[in-house]
Design a protein around this ligand. Structure first.
Ligand code: MG
Length: 302
């Protein structure tokens, strides 16, 4: 396109347009920046209510409802189970990209170099056939390095011989910032409450699909996590977000995490509590010998 000659008439025609365009662009930039800024999120959604009820033993117990649905609701008419989606074959093994921090590469050395127990001592988890296996009673393990917002890839396998049922079968967890759990569970033909099955944000968000492979088969999680932000009074001003892909299937779609994922009784989850900008990733010892491999992480902007 040939530019118009800069005659006074053209200048008069052009400059108001430019001003308008530039004003629009400035406004758009302002909206974009304010939308990304902490403190601008609609904190009223989802609607969360709590009440105290007597539990089976007659003791007071906290019940939490997220948009009217009880945390860990087992009645599938009130909290339908996600549809089963069979992941494609073969299972993908995504080798770490060049800028990733490798958290576990299959070797004992990698376990000791990158992971400790929660006290900072050597981990008692064991390396079996190039996989990192949870050991009952050894406790959670955590990375030596701390991370905030990130892309995390990790592969896991539930025990090949299923034992137990519900939450007792192949239970572990991937905890972002050691705090926010993406559930690991053998959910292959193993029913439990929807917000506690594999790839659930525990107690907060059920997955969009049940994409579990069979016990003993390797499964992948690809997690995009944006950490929460807190103000100087410790109040959360921007909640964490999760996108999770389980075996190539989208299961958490940019979900705003409504609160913490910690166990607060059978029907309640923890609230946000201010913490550091970076914290270790941790893996759960829930008493089942779940295995992990090929774990790597890339930091991303908040
Ligand atoms: Mg767990």
């Amino acid at each position: 396109m040939v530019p118009a000659a800069r005659s006074p008439v053209n200048l008069m025609k052009t400059y108001p347009q430019r001003s308008l365009i530039s004003a629009c662009l400035s406004l758009a930039a302002l909206i974009a920046s304010s939308a990304a800024a902490p403190g601008n999120e609609d904190m009223s959604k989802p609607v969360i209510t709590t009440e105290t009820r007597k539990d089976e033993d007659g003791k007071d117990a906290l019940y939490m409802f997220i948009d009217g649905v009880k945390v860990h609701e087992t009645d599938v008419t009130k909290q339908p189970l996600p549809p089963v989606v069979t992941p494609g074959e073969p299972a993908g093994f995504f080798a770490p990209p060049s800028d990733a921090v490798v958290l576990f590469d299959g070797a004992e050395k990698s376990l000791q170099a990158n992971w400790t127990d929660t006290k900072g001592d050597a981990s008692k988890w064991k390396v079996v056939d190039g996989a990192l296996e949870s050991v009952r009673g050894a406790g959670y393990i955590q990375t030596r390095e701390s991370f905030g917002s990130c892309q995390l890839h990790i592969e896991w396998a539930a025990p090949a011989k299923p034992a137990g049922d519900g939450q007792g079968r192949g239970n572990s967890g991937v905890f972002l910032m050691g705090t926010y759990e993406v559930q690991v569970l053998d959910s292959f033909e193993n029913q439990t409450y929807a917000d506690g099955q594999a790839s659930a944000l525990y107690g907060r968000s059920k997955p969009l699909a049940n994409a579990c492979r069979k016990p003993g088969e390797w499964q992948s999680y690809d997690i995009i996590f944006h950490r929460p932000l807190f103000d100087d009074k410790g109040q959360v001003v921007r909640r964490a977000t999760f996108t999770v892909i389980h075996n190539g299937v989208l299961v958490q779609d940019h979900v705003i995490l409504s609160g913490g994922t910690g166990w607060m009784g059978p029907h309640a989850a923890s609230e946000y509590k201010a913490h550091a900008d970076k914290l270790p990733i941790s893996l759960q010892d829930h008493g089942n010998p779940v295995r992990f491999r090929n774990a790597w992480i890339r930091g991303i902007k908040d």
